[in-house]
Design a protein around this ligand. Structure first.
Ligand code: GLC
Length: 439
């Protein structure tokens, strides 16, 4: 059992439902989230049915005309690999209920649309061929299923008549449907590395573990694929190989019972998860790269989302951002893959992040703002050599000279700090990194 787990990482004290294998996950650090479904057609958010109270009938036109004729998952997989992403997680079914694979438990699936194809299988194959691990997102919520009771987030929540008509709905039948579908996902596509359930909202007029029958579900999952990493959204204490902050960054490394926690932030390029044509809030490549560094510096992963169009392509704005990752990762991937937070006691200088590879014993200083010539690092273990990572050019190492030592205290620097001198002009890379080889 011990070998399955990421070294030195906190796991629930008791894991009554078993644990997934996170040993590869904490090395991988960077993955691609893909939100793809019928909502790529209205192209104004994947929650559109909820926001605009769209009925099954009102939503039917998207099913009728769905036809991603330009779909080429090999292209997606190549872009992901080049960006340095080591795994992906695809919405096999989102809250709208539409399934990308040829599930035998529903007709609400890609094979029944004009496109007539299973969209999931070729995707899994294409990503595997690029050496990328496979994750399935599966929505616990289903606004299309006839046995899914109308609740506070359902599109028909405000429609008294619809609620009345839906009174007979039996959530137990829906829970069985979910198990049947998850069984397909875990038995027909080979080894699945991640299963990403989304999400619970227990309490009045909501849904949680009793509705999903989470216990039965997780027991089945563990039986079918004992190593699969399961997220923390089943509303079942003791289940959650990974903590999943969404649309925010933790303030610091997450620690539980004195051990680092396995966590993964999921973030978007522009706010929506599904393709959103008119969204103007796209993040800059620099911010996106900083977010990746920030995750690793706090001992976590980043799952960065892409929302493909209904023609089956990555939008040009998404491609540009993936390419920005690729360009930066080409030179800096070893400051990300296999890395984690720096050992305690090393003080991160202002406007910087530190990452650390415990295997190679190298420390990486990511400079979010170019400093005024000198950077002081307090608590740094003895360093043998340092270089700028993008071009492997030496960075001069020195302690503080006598003149500086005299003034160190008044300037808020410990007299034992390591000082490095950087060129006056920043290098041509979005976030420059200094690599330190420890003695
Ligand atoms: C939320 C949303 C959803 C998205 C997910 C990703 O829970 O319901 O649209 O798929 O977050 O984490």
């Amino acid at each position: 059992m011990a070998t399955k787990k990421a070294a030195g990482v906190a796991q629930p004290a008791a894991a009554p439902f078993g644990q997934g294998d996170t040993s590869w996950f904490t090395q991988a650090r960077f993955g691609m989230f893909i939100h793809w479904g019928l909502y790529s057609m209205p192209a104004r958010h994947e929650w559109i049915r909820n926001w605009e109270n769209i009925t099954n009938e009102g939503y039917q036109k998207y099913f009728d005309y769905f036809n991603p004729d330009l779909y080429n998952p090999k292209e997606w997989a190549r872009l992901a690999r080049e960006a340095g992403m080591k795994y992906f997680v695809i919405t096999t079914k989102h809250h709208e209920g539409f399934c990308l694979w040829d599930s035998k438990h529903t007709d609400y699936k890609a094979t029944q649309t004009t496109c007539g194809k299973d969209l999931l299988r070729p995707l899994v194959e294409a990503f595997r061929a690029e050496g990328i691990r496979v994750g399935f997102y599966y929505s616990l919520i289903d606004w299309h299923h006839p046995e899914f009771p109308i609740d506070k987030i359902h599109p028909q929540r405000g429609d008294k008549e619809a609620r009345e008509k839906a009174k007979h709905r039996d959530v137990r039948k829906y829970a069985a449907y979910m198990r049947d579908q998850v069984k397909e996902l875990l038995t027909q596509f080979g080894k699945i590395d991640i299963l990403w359930f989304d999400f619970s909202y227990p309490g009045e007029d909501g849904k949680g573990r009793n509705d999903w029958e989470s216990e039965k579900l997780i027991k089945m999952v563990r039986k079918l694929q004992p190593d699969v990493i399961v997220d923390d959204r089943l509303d079942l204490p003791g289940v959650g190989d990974v903590v999943t902050p969404e649309q925010f960054q933790p303030g610091k490394q997450l620690i539980k019972n004195g051990q680092p926690v396995v966590w993964e932030a999921c973030q978007t390029f522009s706010g929506s998860w599904g393709y959103n044509r008119d969204e103007e809030s796209w993040r800059s490549p620099e911010e996106l790269i900083r977010t990746l560094v920030d995750c690793v510096a706090k001992g976590g992963n980043l799952l960065m989302n892409v929302g493909p169009t209904s023609r089956g392509l990555f939008d040009y704005r998404a491609v540009a951002r993936l390419q920005a990752y690729a360009e930066w990762m080409r030179y800096h991937s070893r400051a990300i893959h296999g890395c984690t937070a720096a050992p305690e006691g090393i003080k991160c200088p202002p406007d910087c992040r530190l990452t650390y590879n415990p295997q190679t014993r190298r420390i990486y200083l990511h400079l979010f703002a170019w400093p005024y010539k000198t950077v002081y690092i307090e608590g740094m273990p003895p360093v043998a050599y340092a270089q700028l990572l993008h071009d492997g050019s030496e960075v001069a190492l020195r302690g503080l000279d006598d003149w500086q030592k005299e003034r160190a205290e008044i300037c808020g620097i410990s007299s034992t700090a390591l000082a490095i001198t950087l060129p006056q002009k920043p290098p041509q890379t979005v976030i420059p990194v200094v690599e330190f080889m420890l003695k």
